[in-house]
Design a protein around this ligand. Sequence first.
Ligand SMILES: CSC[C@@H](O)[C@@H](O)C(=O)COP(=O)(O)O
Length: 341
Amino acid sequence: MIPRTIWREGEAIHLIDQTRLPTERQIVVCTDVERLCLAIRRLEVRGAPALGVAGGYGVALAAMLNRDPGRDAFLAAVTAAADALRATRPTAVNLGWGIDRVLAAISGSNTVGDAVSVAVEEADAIAREDEETCRRIGAHGAALIPDGARVLTHCNAGALACAAWGTALGVIRSAAEAGKSLSVTACETRPLLQGARLTAWELAEDGIAVRVIPDSAASFLMRRGEIDCVVVGADRITRDAVFNKVGTYMHAVSARHHNIPFYVAAPLSTFDPERSEAEVTIEERSADEIAVFNGRRTVPEGVRCTNLAFDATPLDLVTAIVTEEGVLRPPYRRMPGRRSI
Ligand SMILES: CSC[C@@H](O)[C@@H](O)C(=O)COP(=O)(O)O
């Protein structure tokens, strides 16, 4: 069983350093907000729900560290921390959701002391609830997975991407726990290999059959009849698209072409129904993530690289979205949180 991904010990936030897996198990200890922001930017902690937890803990950390200077200075420090955390990664909506949830919780506090206690309680609650939410997603999603299914997944939407259990991998874990025999094809997920390094590690630790393939093999394996369904997580679900790790869209297109169900598993905190695809910023990361491999340059000097971290899959390619409240089906008119249809 995978240990928790991110947790609080007193006035420090601990997280498993995901950049070092699967070969090293190291813990990063963040005793200030700057270090937590760095951990988010470096992907030491990553995955939408885990970013929600990190955002909440970041605000709580700022509150704990600024309890002395008086109310105005306290509020200024917490606001600055929230802004810094929010600026680390733009695509996963859960990051801002976690930050805003703790800010909202403290907004009614009468004293700085109360605000600190409330911030810590709320951030702990976000972390605690995340596992429960993932287990409910898993229970709903497991019903969609037939016994014997060969499931393709992309990136890592597992325990490591959440506080525990996982969303897409939560569905797979819950199906396995229910006694279904499953095998998973994990796309390696270029360029940072979250599928090869993290998904394969998690599933192997749990004794669930897994193989790793290059991302570019997925479509052909569908054609050969080796994939029964696709299950992925999400970083943001707008009223028209699912944002997830770059490469997800090509799997959705291929799945549709081969008549294979394409499922998305995500908590309600990932929904952003008031926005459309065009209004979302897709994070573009350093060119070096694709131009340098194993310390060696793989792209000629001076050649431009476009390193988009996410893509958007139109909702009409999504067979169903599994949430903690149940399974949503097209045409997705009743999207959670949407004020108007
Ligand atoms: C349950 S996690 C869902 C997504 O956050 C996951 O699939 C993903 O794309 C993560 O991207 P990452 O860049 O590793 O943070």
